[in-house]
Each structure stands twice: as C-alpha cells, then as structure tokens.
Write a protein that binds this ligand. Structure first.
Ligand code: C5P
Length: 232
C-alpha cells in the first residue's frame, strides 16, 4: 500500500508549502485539473525539486476520441510523471491506442481507468450508464484489465471484488479514505486505513484529513507508520 496525497489547496504556493512540510517522505502526490491547468509543468518541476523521492499522479481523467487520447498520453509520458488516468467509458479502442502509444517509452507512466465517479448517486449513474454502479464498475475494470491498463480508480469497497475478477496485481486507487475515521465531509462511502487494507487497496488517496490537519507532516508520518505495519 502506498499513500497518495491530494494536492487540492487553492494556490500553487499553498500546495508547495504542503509538499515542503511533508519533506522527503516516500509518497505519491496527486495533481488535479485545477492545479495543472493553472500551474502546469512548472508545478510538477517545483514538486520534484522539493521532494525528488515523491511520485506524481496526474489526475486529468482523459476522455476523448482514441487518437486524441493517445496524443495526450504521449505528452503526459514526456512530462515524466509516474501515473495518470483516463475514463474507462472512453472505450476499449481508446484504451488500446493509449497503451500502444506508450509502448515506445522505456519507462512509461502507470495508466489507470476511472470506473464510476464517486459523486454519482445510483439513480443518476443508471440514467447515464443503464446499469448499477457496482455492476458497471466491475465491467469497466475487466475491460481495463483485458486491454492492458495497470489498474483502476474505484471505491475502496469495490477494490477486492475487482482484484478477484482480474488479478491481485491489478492496481486499485481509492479516494474517500479517512485514515483514522476523520470527518467524511462531502464523501459518502468513506473507508479507514484498516478497511483499505482488508480491501487490498494499493493507493489510498487522502486529501483533507492531511492538508486540513494542524500538523500535516505528523499526520503523514502517522499514516505511513500504520501502512508499514501492514507490510510487516
Ligand atoms: O479531501 P479528500 O480526501 O476527500 O480528497 C479526495 C480526492 O480524491 C480529491 O482530490 C477528489 O477530487 C478525488 N476524487 C474523489 N472521487 C473520485 C475521484 C477523485 O474524491 N471518484
């Protein structure tokens, strides 16, 4: 299990301040739309110069026609980030083209597919996808696995099921983690680190419980300590 911290603060300066506080801890840092659109490559370079140990997950959720997605995937690989994601609903052809395009890179980033956005309630999801969230998430996960992706973004409560249906090495990255049962805020189905472990989550994503803590560095340390016990 590897901790992934969401850099969701409003400005680049605040995000970099958080990265500095975290120090050289071996963590993944999630860069989303807002920061990347505003601060771009410079932000990624700044992160790397503060913590060269950290790994970067570019959370841009690509969704377009296959060729455009493959073009974007290639540009992302050139940024030398360690992981990015696409929407599974872009389809199998898009998945294959993205993976084929990354073949030429000696060290390509990991590619994950978003199954179902956690903001959907069951009814809204069904009105778009004509299936329930769980069923569709499983279908999307199998499709991603069959087309050579490295894993999926899913709810912690679907992680084990997805691994059982694909492979234990097929990665799961799960938001809405409240490591020690902190306030759920706007997330509906939150999981603790213990639940994440039982569900075999590879990357628990934690945002607010870290950056809203009065001492983010100690919080990260505390989380890493617990994760370490899972591996021993
Ligand atoms: O602050 P919190 O720990 O809830 O942050 C969760 C992070 O995961 C946020 O960056 C949010 O945008 C992201 N995310 C999510 N649900 C998804 C995909 C991403 O909460 N399905």
């Amino acid at each position: 299990m590897q901790l992934c911290i969401a850099l969701d603060l409003p400005t680049m300066e605040e995000n970099l301040e958080l990265v500095k506080k975290i120090g050289d801890a071996p963590v993944w840092l999630k860069v989303g739309f807002r920061s990347y659109i505003r601060d771009g490559k410079e932000f990624l370079e700044n992160i790397k110069s503060i913590n060269p140990q950290s790994k970067i997950f570019l959370d841009l959720k690509l969704y377009d026609i296959p060729n455009t997605m493959a073009d974007a995937a290639e540009e992302i690989a050139l940024l030398e980030v360690d992981m990015f994601n696409i929407h599974a609903s872009a389809g199998e052809k898009a998945m294959r083209e993205v993976m084929q395009r990354l073949d030429k890179f000696e060290q390509r980033p990991l590619v994950l597919a978003v199954t179902a956005l956690t903001s959907f309630d069951e009814m809204t999801f069904e009105s778009i996808y004509e299936k329930g969230i769980k069923e569709k998430a499983m279908q999307f996960a199998k499709m991603s696995y069959d087309n050579g992706l490295d894993g999926v973004v899913c709810s912690a409560f679907e992680s084990k099921m997805i691994k059982d249906a694909t492979s234990a090495s097929f990665l799961t990255l799960c938001p809405a983690i409240r490591p020690f049962g902190e306030d759920a805020s706007d997330q509906s189905r939150v999981a603790t680190l213990e639940v994440a472990r039982d569900e075999m989550v590879d990357f628990p994503v934690v945002g607010r419980p870290i950056y809203k803590d009065i001492d983010p560095a100690s919080k990260v340390e505390k989380i890493l300590k617990v994760i370490k016990t899972f591996h021993s």
